[in-house]
Design a protein around this ligand. Structure first.
Ligand code: HEM
Length: 469
């Protein structure tokens, strides 16, 4: 490392820091937390000499094989990097595996002109369908009623809610992009949902061993999407865009002949793939954590139910307009997102020119990992960072308060494109669930708050009982 480059542990020839990182609890081994043992995700442990952030500070470096990466910790550093100097960090690194999956197209792994145009289009189309004329609200609430029917069919007996929740949340993306939903259990649909988000970012950076699996998965999903695009083209009416694919077909036509045009069918397929990749597992994993937190804290569950009963009642479905009158419920949803920390290391970025951060110089071309865990559990930002405490989002009068350090969707130019949709889904699904069901663990079973680390942090499989209220 040159003198002004961020410090880090000794990197060995060829392997670099392969053995420095704990692959089961990567985000914890990278983070300085108050007392890891107290975090609700039990069984945490410290590395013998302290975590990397404890040893090297908020900005430090690691070498994964031949790739240098810099890990950024804490709110001030992440804000300075992603927001204040956001232009320098707007790109994704050219990591072989990610390039193989996306081929530089779509939104998540693209850069430059393609990323700018595809992201702008995706954002405005999501806004149109999410909050505009063709609102997704009724779609979400309708999907909830299918989901509730499935839950009720278990008659209060223990079951694993994973697949039903995945089906339900993926169906919202299906309604957005394809204009229709799938029956739960549909074989093709199940294939679409087996998203590879269990992969560890570090392993992706390091090894190409997942290449075959990911490429096979990608091509089967892409074939599935291509069939939908073909059907859309067949009965497409440009004066009535029914869904994302229709809007995209219009965009292709509008941009034809323009010098800078990046709108074509290949980009359409990858964009749709990206919306599934980023938009299904994330929201459904958050809901799976929500179930666990509610059974672990029945008194909080009861308080949420009482607030919903008072404001919404039992005869109508909740709406987004209710949110302002449900401060405690809103605070609980935020606390679930903070504690479940489902994208613990965000997605990798890359420096597009030399940048000064935290007193160090990071040259162009270095992979950057924004460590969201270090912000969501920072003792300087949260009164009781390691405990589930909805009070983090409430003032003494019980009103909801926003917190700057609440960044589960990351920040800056690459901030989650689906943030507004995800928030709407979480609010409508969670309040509807609490309105209709009481959650408990099967007799004699305690909730296990441990997780599986990948791009997302997901709870271990569990069974839960849902009793109709
Ligand atoms: C990116 C979190 C739901 C679409 C991201 C990133 C995070 C994130 C941390 C990386 C940002 C960065 O690189 O700095 C979440 C969480 C969700 C969620 C916590 C739910 C609870 C969704 C949904 C959609 C979506 C519902 C789409 C419908 C995307 C896309 C990107 C992204 C397309 C890539 C943006 C880009 O590279 O420009 N998300 N997300 N996400 N998310 Fe989400």
């Amino acid at each position: 490392r040159p003198g002004s480059f961020p410090p880090g542990p000794r990197a060995f020839p060829i392997v670099g820091n392969l053995f420095t990182v704990d692959y089961n609890r990567t985000h914890e081994s990278l983070t300085q937390v108050t007392d890891v043992k107290k975090i609700d995700h039990s069984k945490c442990h410290r590395l013998t000499n302290g975590t990397l952030a404890e040893r090297y500070g908020d900005v430090y470096s690691l070498r994964m094989g031949q790739t240098w990466i810099v890990v950024l910790n804490r709110f001030d550093v992440l804000k300075e990097a992603l927001v204040d100097q956001g232009d320098v960090l707007a790109d994704r690194p050219n990591l072989p595996l990610l390039q193989d999956i996306s081929q530089g197209l779509g939104v998540i792994f693209s850069n430059g002109k393609i990323w700018k145009q595809q992201r702008r289009f995706a954002l405005s189309t999501l806004k149109h369908f999410g909050f505009g004329k063709k609102s997704l609200k009724p779609v979400i609430l309708e999907e909830f009623s299918y989901c509730a029917k499935e839950f009720k069919s278990h008659k209060g007996k223990p079951f694993d809610p994973h697949l039903i929740l995945n089906n339900a949340v993926s169906n919202i993306i299906c309604s957005l992009v394809f204009g229709h939903r799938f029956e739960y259990g549909d074989e093709k649909f199940m294939e679409l949902m087996s998203l590879p988000l269990f992969c560890n970012t570090f392993i992706i950076i390091y090894l190409k061993c997942l290449w075959l699996y990911l490429c096979t998965y990608r091509s089967s999903v892409k074939d599935f999407i291509r069939v939908e695009v073909k059907e859309h083209k067949h009965n497409w009416d440009p004066s009535d865009n029914r869904d994302y694919i229709d809007c995209y077909l219009s965009e292709i036509q509008m941009n034809k002949g323009q010098a800078d045009d990046t709108f074509d069918e290949e980009n359409l397929v990858v964009c749709v793939f990206d919306l599934f990749l980023a938009g299904s597992e994330t929201t459904s994993t958050t809901l799976r954590w929500a179930f666990l937190y509610m059974v672990k804290y029945p008194e909080i569950q009861a308080k949420v139910q009482a607030e919903i009963d008072k404001v919404v009642g039992t005869s109508r479905q909740p709406s987004m307009e209710d949110r302002a009158d449900l401060p405690y419920t809103d605070a609980v949803i935020h606390e679930i997102q903070r504690m479940s920390n489902i994208v613990p290391l965000s997605l990798p970025h890359v420096t597009t020119r030399d940048i000064r951060l935290g007193g160090y110089t990071i040259p162009k071309g270095v992979t950057i990992i924004p460590n969201l865990t270090s912000v969501l559990f920072d003792k300087n930002e949260w009164e009781t960072p390691d405990a589930f405490n909805p009070g983090h989002f409430l003032n003494p009068e019980g009103k909801f308060v926003k917190r700057a350090a609440f960044i589960p969707f990351s920040a800056g130019k690459r901030v989650c494109l689906g943030e507004n949709l995800a928030r709407m889904e979480l609010f409508l699904f969670f309040t509807s669930l609490m309105q209709h069901f009481t959650f408990s663990m099967p007799a004699g079973v305690k909730p296990v708050m441990d997780f599986r680390f990948g791009i997302t942090l997901s709870p271990l499989p569990y069974e839960v009982c849902l009793t109709s209220r």
